[in-house]
Design a protein around this ligand. Structure first.
Ligand SMILES: [Zn+2]
Length: 162
């Protein structure tokens, strides 16, 4: 299922999403990106991250950003049919665990949640209209992050052990 982050609708294929994007949002570009304008100093402008393109004029930053991204530090980096899940930390001090198609931070790994995490990772790729054999960065939305936190027990919800 591909998600249209402009309106939240889900589609069974990229082709259906593209058709919808053109008809409803006036183009694929509009459905994938949005442009936001924020007043800020030039110093701050030089420090902001997570945009695709940016312009600065008269105290206003004009940023082109991807829709539906909860945090630019949360993404799956897919390369060579393998995805590496990044969850905010610049350095994963505990390292990574190979669970098959994905490498996940060791701090969230437990055997009993391996399958759940893998499912969520595949969902991220699907929601972004991608796949494990399509290299690229796939950003997590709020829902993805919530599911991972819940599955991994990071937010205090331990999965009941059988
Ligand atoms: Zn839409």
């Amino acid at each position: 299922m591909v998600v249209c982050y402009a309106c939240g609708k889900r589609f069974n294929s990229n082709a259906e999403f593209y058709k919808h994007a053109k008809e409803v949002h006036g183009g694929i570009e509009n459905a994938i990106y949005k442009v936001v304008e924020k007043p800020m100093s030039f110093e701050d402008f030089k420090r902001i991250s997570g945009f695709v393109e940016a312009e600065y004029e008269n105290g206003i930053a004009k940023l082109k950003i991807l829709r539906g991204v909860a945090d630019y530090n949360y993404y799956i980096d897919v390369w060579d049919c393998k995805g590496k899940l990044h969850l905010g930390w610049k350095e994963e001090e505990g390292g990574w665990v190979d669970i098959g198609y994905f490498l996940i931070p060791k701090r969230i790994y437990r055997e009993e949640v391996r399958e759940d995490i893998e499912k969520i990772c595949f969902q991220v790729l699907e929601d972004r209209g991608g796949a494990i054999n399509q290299s690229g960065k796939y950003y997590l939305d709020d829902e993805h992050i919530g599911k991972i936190l819940l599955a991994s027990g990071i937010c205090g919800f331990e999965k009941v052990k059988k």
